[in-house]
Design a protein around this ligand. Structure first.
Ligand code: FAD
Length: 493
């Protein structure tokens, strides 16, 4: 199996165009606002700031050579791939959906959800449907679901761990035979080692009743039976947002990884130094960087207690294995979910189905998501070795053997924040340290250490921009109000 170079990414601006006249070589007279990170949060902060601060220089600073963060797409072997399955969920607010439509036009496709889960060796629709829970799974599973439903009025809700909350809400069967192995694979901890907050954030159906109601509404096509997806890959959403921001005056700085940040000598602004040697001044900084990256970049170093907390919070990493296959399609399903712990991947997706395309006619591609920590063996394995492991596990899962012609692997850190039982003891001091910094706010998935969807982080990015007053003072009261509202965000898979 060969290993091909990844081709250029799906970002519309030409590289030369983006790199012309780096802003740090020009003298800066205007007030500057810097946004760190060009994922969806940073992109929408830029778009919102443009309207409010027409006379200011707005700099969008990104470590990678393209915008998008985790939501970016790239091309490989003439096909477009994402970093794992990404969908714009129907829960997206009408305002954000309108903005995305304005950016993408008819490129924003409405697609039916058509996924499957391999549960105890059986293939059933995902999101789960009540009829499948009762009739398509092993009899002991179905009987367990019936007993759990009957017993639900007698179970106590809430609890001190992820395990207690789930078993109280969903009962033992769905919890132990689906959610617990799946969550252990995703976050690397046993259900009793995870905080109950993980359940509030990640499990959209907190009781069997609500799971059944959601499933029924998807059957009637009212709610979750569809999703939105851009014709050129999920990265088109943020790519187009940044393209618009640049066309209206934002300076996009790719390949610029923040190395250090400090107050200027007169304490009037921030000095940002990048790993590529460039530096710039900013009157206000919006940071969507991982909060521990920000703490480590701060000069002088934050107090020891803060550095200790920054060292203790943990983000899960992910290895993405991409396969090129012969044949127009591998399956008719967009994604397959694999909770079983003996299989290395948690999900497999086929981008051609998301994009509703027949091109290329005789080839297709698959993406496998392998959640891991950077001390795991899989993080260090070579592409072919990972592909072999994936193929072995695919066979154990009972799926057909794909006719593989090539493979490639990508790795990303900061994929999922891990909510262990003591995560609040570390995030609380970090948050209060960050909020004590004048002229800087930290937000977005990484900055707030939250599980979220793209539509949530877009909302957070717009809200952050709106909290900066025209005199560049920060409206902390309004921001606190928004932070409370964001707590209600629940992630859809
Ligand atoms: C496997 C997976 C599947 C998902 N599926 C969905 C889905 O189906 N639907 C959905 O709505 N959401 C989904 N999400 C969530 C979605 O990806 C996030 O909500 C979104 O990416 C968060 O955007 P953000 O801008 O807050 O953060 P990010 O996307 O993480 O962006 C942060 C940016 O900061 C940059 N950066 C980091 N360090 C530095 C530095 N030192 N200097 C400069 N720049 C830096 C990064 O390169 C990145 O571009 C999924 C997430 C994962 C992990």
């Amino acid at each position: 199996m060969g290993h091909n170079e990844l081709h250029d990414v799906a970002f519309p601006l030409h590289r030369e165009q983006r790199l012309q006249e780096p802003p740090y070589r020009r003298s800066i007279q205007m007030n500057s606002i810097a946004i760190l990170g060009a994922g969806p949060a940073g992109a929408w902060t830029a778009l919102t700031l443009l309207k409010k601060f027409p006379g200011h220089r707005i700099l969008l600073i990104e470590k990678e050579d393209v915008p998008g963060g985790i939501t970016a797409s790239f091309q490989w072997k003439g096909m477009i791939f994402d970093y794992g399955s990404h969908r714009l969920h129907p829960a997206t607010s009408p305002d954000i959906l309108r903005q995305v439509r304005d950016l993408l036009g008819d490129h924003l496709l409405k697609r039916p959800r058509h996924g499957r889960i391999i549960l105890e060796g059986r293939l059933v629709a995902f999101p789960l449907k009540p009829a499948d829970l009762l009739f398509k799974l092993p009899p002991s599973f179905s009987a367990g679901v019936i007993l759990d439903t009957l017993g639900s009025p007698f179970r106590s809700s809430g609890g001190k761990t992820f395990r207690e909350v789930l078993e109280g809400g969903l009962g033992k069967t769905v919890s132990r035979r689906f959610y617990f192995p799946y969550s252990e694979k995703l976050w690397g901890l046993k259900p009793e080692e995870l905080s109950p907050v993980q359940a509030q954030k990640r499990i959209a159906s907190s009781s069997l009743g609500s799971m059944i109601r959601k499933a029924l509404s998807s059957l009637t096509g009212k709610n979750e039976g569809y999703f939105f997806y851009p014709a050129e890959g999920f990265g088109e959403i943020t790519g187009k947002a940044v393209e618009k921001a640049v066309s209206e005056g934002v300076t996009f700085m790719p390949d610029s990884s923040l190395l250090s940040i400090e107050r200027t000598a007169d304490n009037s602004s921030w000095k940002l130094v990048m790993e590529n040697g460039s530096s710039l001044k900013a009157d206000f900084v919006f940071s969507t960087l991982p909060i521990n990256t920000l703490a480590k970049a701060m000069n002088p170093k934050p107090p020891e207690q803060i550095m200790e907390a920054a060292g203790k919070i943990e983000y899960r990493s992910m290895v993405f294995c991409y396969l090129e296959l012969k044949g127009a399609r591998y399956t008719e399903f967009d994604a397959h979910y694999f909770p079983a712990k003996n299989l290395c991947f948690s999900r497999m997706s086929e981008p051609k189905i998301y994009r509703n395309t027949r091109k290329p006619p005789c080839r297709t591609g698959l993406c496998f998501e392998i959640p891991c920590s950077q001390t795991d063996e899989v993080w260090h394995m070579g592409s072919s070795e990972i592909a072999e492991k994936v193929l072995q596990d695919l066979a154990s899962a009972g799926l057909p053997e794909p006719d593989v012609t090539d493979c490639t692997v990508k790795r990303k850190s900061n994929i999922y924040p891990v909510y262990d039982l003591s995560f609040r003891e570390n995030t609380a001091p970090l948050e209060s340290w960050a909020s004590s910094l004048e002229g800087l706010v930290t937000f977005g998935r990484q900055g707030l250490f939250v599980h979220d969807n793209t539509h949530h982080t877009i909302e957070v990015g717009m809200a952050a921009a709106n909290c900066l007053e025209t005199d560049l003072s920060w409206n902390e009261k309004l921001w606190r109000k928004h932070l409370e509202e964001f707590k209600s965000h629940v992630v859809a898979d």
